[in-house]
Design a protein around this ligand. Sequence first.
Ligand SMILES: [Mg+2]
Length: 280
Amino acid sequence: MEISPNGNLAQNISLLTNISKYRDSDEEIATEANGKTPRAVFSTPTLHNAKNIMPEEDSQTMDTETDQEEQLQDAFDFLSRLPPMPSAPRNKVLPIKTRSTSRLTLVLDLDETLVHSEAKPISNPDAVINLIFNGVACNVYTLFRPGMYEFLHSVSKKFEVVVFTASHKAYASQLLRKIDPDRKLIKHRLYRDSCYNLKGNYIKDLRVLGRDLSEVIIIDNSIQAFGYQLDNGIPIVSWFDDPNDCELFNVHALLIHLLSVPDVRPILRQTFKLSRFSAQ
Ligand SMILES: [Mg+2]
């Protein structure tokens, strides 16, 4: 089955639902999942716009098949037109590994992967951030994805955890300080200024990490965001406010499996087949 703009995208979506086969292999937090079949895993089409400090996602739920098809189509359109990969970034943003650094580096997106934030008040936010943006004070209200802390506590023991967000540092650094005030869960924090700016679309070129890419995994709700290293990616369904979401538990099971393989890319390539999105 080929992913094609002319094909049946509902069928294509089914290519991206293979996380479930790893669920039984996990002995830890995945057993806390509520037993629901994981939803289709796909990206939202939105990349972060240079004008905005906040992500562009709105809070509408995106779990209908039509929405999924549209988003998958957008991802395909974007990636099929992606220019060739630029020359490798000269400056590597992470410190050199030490003997105590975990073998695998786990890169986590922030917005709609771990949290959802809005500029307008929402009931019972998990965090409220005060920002001054363009000289104007404003609040940002954030919800944490179900299982976020359990997930971070677990992966921080097994992986070198990096949060890499295309959002502006002024917002994201404050939020990450609230999520992990003692810096025990997230080893490194990277922001928009570490992304590759492709005409206002911010792409996370994983080569900037300075790590062997056979040992790097990225989890992101936007396939486009890791378009230059599709074989390193785990696309996760965008999260806004569903209290019954269990995708982090399900992704965790796949991560445990990856701990035992020498190169994560063949497994991820076979599981999600995202390279079919790429024209290159
Ligand atoms: Mg995101």
